[in-house]
Ligand binder design. Structure first.
Ligand code: ZN
Length: 130
């Protein structure tokens, strides 16, 4: 397994990690295979979305914050970050990616993001390539 760290700078943030994953795929020498990316955290997740316009990620955060309120009198979790737990589960904790011709197969406009919901923190990303 490979891993790398991502430093987040705010409470909510979509950090592009496509370049790090592509680099690990190239270094692996795998020509045809699978790349599993895993986020070992409960208040951050992984997602794939538009990589060209930074406002697309900004709008995702905007609407996710509205969908899942930061404060709700019904929350019981003592740590006070239930919103972050819910949003992390909505994004998911792993991605399965296809390697063909030694390259990650993403759509033209797709980028891989670590989705931070309880930053700033240092997050880990695990990668298994076969
Ligand atoms: Zn918590």
């Amino acid at each position: 397994m490979e891993q790398f760290s991502v430093r987040t700078n705010s409470r909510y943030e979509f950090v592009p990690i496509t370049a790090q994953i592509r680099s690990l795929v190239r270094d692996s020498g795998v020509n045809q295979g699978i790349c599993v990316v895993f986020c070992p955290h409960t208040t951050a997740g992984l997602t794939i979305n538009e990589n060209a316009d930074p406002d697309a990620a900004r709008d995702m955060i905007y609407i996710l914050e509205k969908l899942v309120p930061a404060d709700d009198p019904g929350y019981r979790h003592m740590e006070g970050n239930s919103q972050a737990h819910v949003l992390a589960s909505l994004m998911g904790s792993s991605l399965n990616l296809i390697i063909d011709n030694g390259e990650l197969q993403l759509g033209t406009w797709q980028g891989i993001y670590l989705a931070e919901f309880d930053g700033p923190r240092t997050r880990k990303v695990y990668v298994q390539i076969r």
